[in-house]
Design a protein around this ligand. Structure first.
Ligand code: ADP
Length: 256
């Protein structure tokens, strides 16, 4: 099975010449199917930039990104939108629910864009609401829910098109610690069911709950406290071999 995420020397430069900001300086990571990875790093380290590229919301300045075996670079805007809708489920800190649509309608929305028929949309949305424990709220409006419940709806919506990858950007950032812990439990449960998760956070205690951490520092990726054996494919005599993976060393070629 191919990795869900594989990047090769991804760079991102904002601005030009004297004003250029090197947000990513050659990121080589990979994420295998079924992994739960936390991208961690301080503010300004490049996490959002990397997340936007991994989510096919932005393109790198240079380098390659292969998503579930598909080369992403060179795709047009509409092709990017299609691959995004098909393969990626997003969860954001701010939930991003449509305030005037019912909960079940919010969950149905990505399926509408994907052309799923009305009956199947409703059935699948209700199944997902059962999964996140909110089936009794299906016909309510988002404003009637607590923050934790809204984030559960956002998770159900993210799962609507059975994505290959769930990308969560500071998903507990707006929640109190108890509710945040419940949302994290939900992510862990989804991961146990086989979903591949990448979660962006600046909070080490949240990152500690992932299976594996990748730390972003000044636009470079480092293995941050792995719990499992390194997976990097190392080719003798290459730069990758010199930088073979250790904690706190740059991550090159194929991730951890
Ligand atoms: P993080 O998500 O870790 O806080 P970002 O990816 O937002 O980091 O930012 C990485 C660097 O790129 C920062 O120096 C930031 O100021 C810069 N940056 C991010 N977005 C832009 C942009 N649209 N234009 C110019 N610079 C940007």
């Amino acid at each position: 099975m191919s990795p869900v995420i594989q990047t090769h020397s991804l760079t991102k430069v904002y601005g030009t010449n004297g004003q250029a900001v090197h947000a990513l300086r050659g990121i080589d990571i990979s994420v295998e199917p079924g992994e739960f990875v936390a991208l961690i790093g301080p503010s300004g380290s490049g996490k959002s930039t990397l997340m936007a590229i991994l989510g096919c919301l932005d393109s790198p300045s240079d380098g390659r990104y292969v998503l579930d075996g598909h080369e992403v670079q060179g795709l047009s805007g509409s092709e990017l939108a299609r691959i995004r809708n098909e393969k990626i489920g997003f969860v954001f800190q701010s939930y991003n629910l449509l305030p005037k649509a019912s909960i079940v309608r919010n969950v149905e929305l990505p399926m509408l864009y994907a052309g799923v028929g009305r009956k199947e949309r409703r059935e699948r949305a209700m199944e997902l609401l059962v999964k996140v424990g909110l089936e009794d709220k299906a016909l309510k409006l988002p404003a009637t829910l607590s923050g934790g419940q809204k984030q559960r709806v956002a998770v159900a919506r993210a799962l609507a098109n059975r994505p290959t990858l769930l990308l969560a950007d500071e998903p507990t950032g707006a929640l109190d610690s108890k509710t945040g812990a419940e949302v994290l439990d939900l992510f862990r449960e989804l991961n146990a069911q086989g979903n591949t998760l990448v979660l962006v956070t600046h909070d080490p205690s949240i990152a500690a709950q992932a299976q594996r951490r990748i730390e972003i520092r000044d636009g470079e990726a480092y293995a941050g406290g792995t719990l499992e054996a390194p997976k990097a494919s190392k080719i003798p005599g290459t730069r990758e071999a010199e930088h073979h993976v250790e904690l706190g060393r740059p991550l090159l070629a194929g991730g951890v």
